[in-house]
Design a protein around this ligand. Structure first.
Ligand code: ATP
Length: 237
């Protein structure tokens, strides 16, 4: 008998103002995995992450670390350890790098509240060099590091990344992917939505392909990357 996955999404539905965009999604993520969610624009990838994070009403079931997330408010889900780094990052632009990171730890208590700071600096030394710099003056890549760093300050079990390579220079994409792998090495499970599919599938264990709010394909990342339909439709080959 395999152990219960860290995240188990079943028959998930979600809608915007009555218009349904997720039509019964089933997804499992085991502890320690990197799982990619791919699909064309508008397929529902961001909506899926938002739904798991409790940022919109949903139907179906979401189980995380043995807890039923249905009807839990977003801050409770965050505190349980399922943490979303949204598309566009949502940093506090007028605040310093340091203050953005410390705000990430606001929900933690006790003496080791700011302990993950060392970890964030180890992953992203650039942030340590720029502690006093205002977030809005960081480069796109640095802002993404800060957004991920801030999420790590909450000590997540599951980190959900929505297009971390968006708006950053192509040569930094590999740095972000490296960071994601190192974060997994720290014991954090990863669910990632990315347009840079070749790079993403190269670090992912498994992938799901969404099409208009449904899972149309799922499997080991290498199998998905080798699939002829996927290569034609999503990898431009
Ligand atoms: P992309 O790759 O373009 O970011 P996606 O796969 O992440 O796309 P979603 O952003 O989840 O797709 O959008 C799924 C559907 O929901 C789309 O048809 C989109 O237009 C719609 N949608 C997304 N956000 C809203 C919103 N705030 N209000 C109404 N409809 C929305």
């Amino acid at each position: 008998l395999s152990p219960e996955p860290l995240l188990h999404v079943s028959h998930l539905t979600a809608a915007y103002r009555g218009l349904r965009v997720l039509h019964g999604i089933d997804i499992e993520v085991a502890a320690g995995e990197i799982v990619a969610v791919m699909g064309a624009n508008g397929a529902g990838k961001s909506t899926l992450l938002r739904a798991i994070a409790g940022q919109m009403p949903t139907g179906g079931a979401i189980r995380f670390a043995g807890t039923d997330l249905a009807d839990l408010p977003a801050h409770r889900i965050n505190r349980l350890g399922a943490v979303l780094v949204p598309e566009g990052r949502r940093l506090f632009g007028g605040l310093s790098v340091e203050d953005n990171l410390r705000l990430g730890a606001y929900a933690r208590r006790g003496p080791d509240r700011f302990k993950p700071l060392d970890l964030v600096f180890e992953l992203f030394p650039r942030l340590q060099e720029r502690l006093k710099q205002r977030a809005e003056t960081l480069s796109g890549g640095e802002q993404q590091m800060l957004a991920i760093g801030r999420a790590l300050m909450t000590n997540p079990r599951l980190l959900m990344l929505d297009e971390p390579s968006q708006g950053i220079m192509p040569r930094l994409v590999d740095d972000i992917m490296d960071a994601v792998q190192r974060i997994r090495g720290l014991g954090v499970t990863i669910l990632i939505v990315e347009q840079r599919l070749v790079e993403t599938l190269s670090i992912a264990d498994r992938a799901y392909v969404l099409q208009t709010g449904r899972v149309v394909m799922a499997g080991p990342a290498a199998t998905i990357a080798a699939n002829a339909d996927v290569r034609r439709a999503y990898l431009g080959m």
